[in-house]
Design a protein around this ligand. Structure first.
Ligand code: NAD
Length: 486
């Protein structure tokens, strides 16, 4: 077992709150340690919002809404475009912060920022196309109009796996629609969110339109959701927490968007080019150490190509260089926090107890960081924990299947319905699988999910509502019907 190399000398930007246009620290507020997951070292102190801070943030967002809702989409678009330009300029520094507090390799972190500049660009374009419509009337002296109006103050909760990505999508959709927002980011990985607040601040976003708070997640979310001023709740995270927040919000008749977990099936048919599929899937699976809601996690391989796929995939997984994300040779960093390492161990223990074969990995790596080896497990039953619970880590379960009907039933057998992947050279199999898989997104013969211009979202327990695509503003707009006799 190797000890991954780590880096101990670096600068980490001081985290802060951002309320009513002010970056706030200190002030006797309670603070939380921010840890580097590669070393376990404390790298920063994150100030928690007091109850007064939360109320100030809500009040600022409410005040700002009265003017921001009237700002023309052309002007909103200019702010978003400026944010995109600044994000590209600052990508390297923001990326370093992400590697330090979240763990992913620097290249992935910087790519996250530059790619997300496109989310700002997309929302800048689309917000100028939020159209209403005129409905032909039954009477010649009546006009019937459909207007789309911003919902109001939004509360958003974003996770640590893609801290920049998850937050910018919610912020850009809210403010592009004319809403204002109070966002609680991930306390484990706060630097990207503070950097985002700085981007919007420097791009000229008026004070109060965006506010950033931190704290004990359950306390902050309860306080924000219960505020009568907050009209919409958007959350990205686990199914369990999503259901709790959705219940709180809908009991108060607030709009919700829930981007929750997944357990993406990957279906590789006998007629696929197995070597090409392995080359494509290996880096994709272990990207961000598998802590990706659309990560391929349950591999169903058809009988004839099963042995070849499994041995090639395990071989490639074994060669992935694990280490501190700041080191240039690193291909996979640590898990974001120690909870995930414990979760990986317990999935492997369950698989072993059921007689499964661990082809590579299966254990944490030596050292202080949260390192877990890329892991491939074969010959495990469909009811094992790895095949039924979202793993959210660098681990894959592989099983064989006989027929398309058999694999559709097994892929649809869980309550998740986020992403799914299909590899086949048969147009008929591709159509059948695309039509029958219960998932918000199906990617066939390539990896094509998560672009700004395409809709992102799940069905079943994986959530409700769409981010991205031309649907992106739907969740932030009320539809108002106006009929006028003249
Ligand atoms: P968790 O469920 O405790 O937390 C997940 C996220 O939700 C974190 O960002 C956390 O700060 C936030 N959160 C937790 N309780 C909250 C509350 N009451 N109110 C508001 N926000 C709250 O789990 P975790 O150990 O941090 O992460 C592991 C699980 O989270 C994974 O199994 C995965 O399913 C899920 N997750 C999903 C995504 C995603 O992109 N869908 C991202 C990160 C984590």
């Amino acid at each position: 077992m190797t000890t991954p190399r780590t880096v101990t000398d670096f600068d980490y930007p001081a985290p802060s709150l951002y309320i009513d246009g002010e970056f706030l620290t200190g002030g006797g507020r309670c603070e939380q340690d921010v840890l580097n997951p590669a070393t376990g070292q404390v790298i920063g102190k994150l100030p928690h919002a007091t109850t007064e801070d939360l109320d100030l943030a809500i009040a600022a967002a409410s005040r700002a809404f009265e003017s921001w809702r009237k700002v023309s989409p052309m002007e909103r678009s200019k702010v978003l475009r400026k944010v995109a330009d600044l994000a590209r300029e600052r990508a390297r520094d923001i990326g370093r912060g992400i590697t330090l507090d979240q763990g992913k390799p620097l290249v992935e972190a910087v790519n996250e920022v530059t790619f997300c500049a496109e989310h700002a660009d997309w929302h800048a374009e689309e917000c100028r196309r939020v159209y209403g419509r005129v409905i032909p009337s039954r009477l010649d002296n009546v006009t019937q109009l459909v207007m789309r109006e911003p919902v109001g103050v939004c509360a958003a909760f974003t996770p640590w796996n893609f801290p920049f990505n998850q937050a910018i999508r919610k912020i850009a959709a809210a403010i592009g629609a004319g809403c204002t927002i109070v966002l609680k980011g991930p306390e484990d990985a706060p630097s990207a969110i503070v950097a985002l607040a700085r981007l919007f601040h420097d791009a000229g976003l008026p004070r109060g339109v965006l506010n950033v708070v931190w704290g004990i997640p359950a306390e902050v979310s309860r306080h924000l959701i219960q505020s009568a001023t907050v009209r919409k709740v958007s959350f990205t995270g686990s199914v369990e927490i999503g259901k709790q927040l959705a219940a709180q919000a809908t009991s108060l008749m607030k709009r919700i968007t829930m981007e929750l977990g997944g357990h993406a099936p990957v279906i590789v048919c006998d007629d696929a080019d197995v070597d090409a599929v392995v080359d494509l899937l290996t880096p994709y699976k272990f990207r961000n150490a598998g802590q990706v809601c659309i990560s391929p996690t349950r591999f169903y391989i058809q009988e004839r190509v099963y042995d070849r796929f499994v041995s090639n995939f395990a071989e490639k997984a074994r060669t992935i260089k694990v280490g501190d994300g700041l080191l240039p040779e690193t291909k996979m960093g640590p898990l974001a926090h120690a909870r995930r390492v414990a979760a990986m161990r317990s999935l492997v223990d369950d698989a072993r107890a059921r007689g499964a074969e661990v082809l590579t990995g299966g254990s944490s790596l030596l050292g202080e960081g949260n390192f877990f080896a890329p892991t491939v497990v074969a010959e495990l039953p469909d009811d094992s924990r790895l095949m039924t619970e979202e793993p959210f880590g660098p681990i894959v379960g592989v099983a064989r299947f006989k027929t398309i009907e058999d694999v559709i039933a097994r892929a649809n057998g869980l309550s998740y319905g986020l992403a799914s992947y299909v590899f086949t050279n048969s147009a008929k199999s591709a159509r059948t699988l695309a039509g029958h898989l219960e998932a918000g997104m199906v990617s066939i013969n390539h990896l094509g999910l998560g672009l700004p211009e395409t809709p992102f979202g799940g069905c079943k327990d994986s959530g409700m509502g769409i981010e991205g695509g031309s649907e992106t503003f739907d969740a932030y707009l009320n539809t108002k019907f106006i009929t006028q006799l003249y």
